[in-house]
Design a protein around this ligand. Structure first.
Ligand code: MG
Length: 383
């Protein structure tokens, strides 16, 4: 059997490295065709020497020489710069693109992958948050599948298998509640980046871990779900489930609910997306009921975590509102990580940016790029 040749975009991040783990575990099924990284050139070189891709891209051009010097003798083509990323995803030899870059930066290459008809395993949720309409209609037009890697969306995707055209009544996205679920508002006001970076259940990158602590992640995921599964905002509910065992739930018209469960481990949804529709072996620990005598569920506290409310409002309003929100959030998270603002001030930056940025009820790719840039500038002004 021919191996499926994968392009891993964002290979040095948390999802990227876990994807390479899955690929090496199933080296009989998958081969690495392309690796791309933004900045971490040393890890990119190390990964390339191990997985022998056909081509690699390092986004930051100042790292080109060092990467090329290391990989050229091994016959690996090296490219640099953001345009290179858009071009490389169109290579004939790629069978699937796993998109795991962080933030708005992922949008362009996901669009180019879909245009080239490459199935996309999508871990970059910001792509759908910013330009869900554009990306999903393009995928439909090109008949290119988008398979979710985000654990909640993978859960819903798995619950829908075999349901054909049975309509969804609603979905429940589960949320761990993050490390500050039990903190008072006052305590949340004083948390440090180090505290926010300690997620109770999931092993993830910095941006998404901060988003989880502020509940913005669940807001982004609600918008992501809207586009992936063609839902109205009222059909999407968030329920806090601190054990992160139930990964999400679909409720059908007859009131029946299907949930997908398992231990929290990102390698599972990654592997499912790569192997779809096949389920592949995994040696990881299995869920044990007696380790979890209780699975609990509670309503999210919108007072303590206003980002969730803001995301729903942006989703309702539509147009470029989610794009503005996403840009402001990326800037705010960065500023919090740099110690420039306090945790609750991230919300203030987002709210003020949403008020000030230009609203467009309809937008195309160029408008999104413009809106993203404008929103970042505005957000930075407030910091
Ligand atoms: Mg998730």
């Amino acid at each position: 059997m021919e191996k499926k040749r994968i392009a891993v975009l964002g290979s040095t991040g948390s999802i990227g490295t876990q994807t390479l783990e899955v690929i090496s575990r199933h080296a009989d099924l998958f081969a690495v065709e392309v690796l791309t990284a933004h900045n971490q050139h040393n890890l990119l070189i190390e990964q390339s020497l191990k997985f022998k891709p056909n081509a690699v891209v390092i986004s930051r051009e100042e790292h080109y020489e060092i990467v090329n010097d290391a990989l050229f003798p091994h016959g690996i083509k090296v490219f640099a710069g953001p345009d290179a990323l858009d071009q490389v995803v169109q290579m004939d030899s790629i069978d699937m693109v796993l998109a795991a870059m962080v933030g708005f930066a992922g949008l362009s290459s996901v669009i180019k992958s879909i245009e080239a008809g490459k199935p996309v395993a999508l871990a970059n949720k910001e792509t759908l948050v910013v330009a869900g309409q554009l990306v999903t209609s393009l995928a439909l037009e090109k008949r290119t599948p988008i398979i979710p890697v985000d654990s909640e969306h993978s859960a819903i995707f798995q619950c829908l298998i075999g349901e054909h055209n049975n309509p969804i009544e609603k979905i429940y996205l589960t949320a761990s509640g993050g490390p500050f679920r039990k903190f008072s508002e006052k305590e949340i006001g004083k948390v440090s980046p180090e505290q926010a970076l300690k997620h109770p259940n999931w092993d993830m990158g910095a941006k998404i871990t901060i988003d989880s602590a502020s509940m913005m992640n669940k807001g982004l995921e609600a918008i992501e779900a809207k586009w992936l599964f063609d839902l109205k905002p009222q059909q999407i509910d968030v329920i806090v489930h601190p054990q992160s065992i139930v990964h999400s739930i679909v409720q059908f018209q007859d009131g029946s609910m299907k949930a997908q469960m398992g231990l929290p481990d990102m390698r599972l949804p990654i592997q499912y997306a790569l192997g779809y529709p096949k389920r592949l072996q995994s040696p990881e620990k299995r869920f044990n009921f007696t380790d979890y005598p209780e699975l609990s569920f509670e309503k999210p506290d919108m007072g303590k975590f206003p980002n969730l409310r803001i995301a729903y409002e942006a989703m309702e309003k539509g147009g470029n509102m989610p794009c503005i929100m996403n840009a402001a959030n990326e800037i705010a998270v960065d500023a919090f990580l740099q110690g420039e603002i306090q945790f609750p001030e991230m919300t203030k930056v987002i709210e003020k940016t949403l008020e000030k940025a230009t609203f467009l009820p309809k937008a195309g790719y160029d408008e999104y790029v413009k809106s993203d840039r404008e929103s970042r500038e505005i957000a930075r002004m407030f910091i």
